[in-house]
Design a protein around this ligand. Sequence first.
Ligand code: HAM
Length: 421
Amino acid sequence: MSQKIAGVKGMNDLLAPDIAVWHALEAATRRTFERFGYEEARTPVVEDTALFVRSVGEATDIVGKEMYTFEDKAGRSLSLRPEGTAPLVRAYIEHAVAQKEPLTRWWYLGPMFRYERMKTGRYRQFWQVGAEAYGAAGPAQEAELIDLAMQLFRSVGLGAIRLEINSLGDADTRPRYLEELRAFLRRRKGDLCAECQERIEKNPLRVFDCKNPGCQAVLKEAPAITDALGPEAKEHFAGLQRKLAALDIPFTVNPRMVRGLDYYTRTAFEFLSDDAVLGTASAVGGGGRYDRLVKELGGPDTPAVGWALGLDRLCLLMRAAGEVKPLGPELFVAVAEEGVADAALAVVSRLRKAGHRVDFDPRGGSLKSQMKRADRSGATFALVLGSKELTSGSAELKPLGGGDPISVRLDALETALASGR
Ligand code: HAM
């Protein structure tokens, strides 16, 4: 026997029956974005490495440690996208979208890649759905995006997801706060892990991402960024809180939530679940405002906000809630004699053409084995076709969940199935 080849570690196959949960989530996602007037944008999974270095940030874990980077045959450095914001900004600039319309609201869905340490809810290929809105500077844009996510959660039965918000300030407040934080961290350097000691000078905000209990204890006493906000950022943050209140969306202000990407300005937020099925991976989504990124990547000065949700994590929650059932066939057609197989196949095809979910066993076989398969398929009805049925033009629809068979004319099967739905 030849040797088996396993799938790549941390990259999952999504198969039945779980795929039904994915379909339900994806369908709800599309419907929600339609209601909000967002348009889908699809970009390649591979981008120039420099795009992520310059946007997500060289000192972040995502770029510093987790990217799948390789050289193509022409020696260009490319990376599998670790996130979707930078690629969309790249497309927004490349297609000069700002010149065509002042406000653009896009969404995307697809696989992202990060070479992370794996655990429940954390994979190396994972799926995100994201939304990015360009052109609106006021907090109404954050409020709309948060409302959208909350409506999506609720539509798939995940109404318990919590919202945490923070403000990371503006260009003027950030350096001031960073100096304050640096001074504090330098004083407590001895209590920090080696990695955080290095972060003090390089990128002190990243210390907040550290899971080390010693570092976490130190951070409890750290100055809060919300205390360092300038008047405009403060008013923006207060405005967002008023709008969330008007929308009846509960939230907590968490001044220690800084997010793992460098492009944020002002608002940052996270969607969290306390469900044990996620283990420690409690963030089902996150996002924020990134008013400088479009310009920094060579585009016009354009305010922007967005978020991304982890579909793998949302699917774990939905599966645990158990609300999604795979949609079985309405009808399973079994063949009593080999001689009628072609006529039966024609019935199957005709009903499928009419829009019904119909199954049969292409291997044929004994009626007993076909009926076993019918039971396993989760079909509502079974129909056994033999020469008797084809000659008389009528057969019995057998409800597989129990109950009396219903006699139907073969040329009226569509009507019978429509009424049996
Ligand atoms: P992020 O917080 O890095 O943000 O990722 C968003 C969500 O993706 C996380 O909350 C989590 O649910 C999911 N996720 C991240 N890494 C993994 C993983 N290794 N395995 C499974 N799920 C994961 C961003 O990516 C930003 N681009 C969000 C954004 C959009 N900000 C502005 N616009």
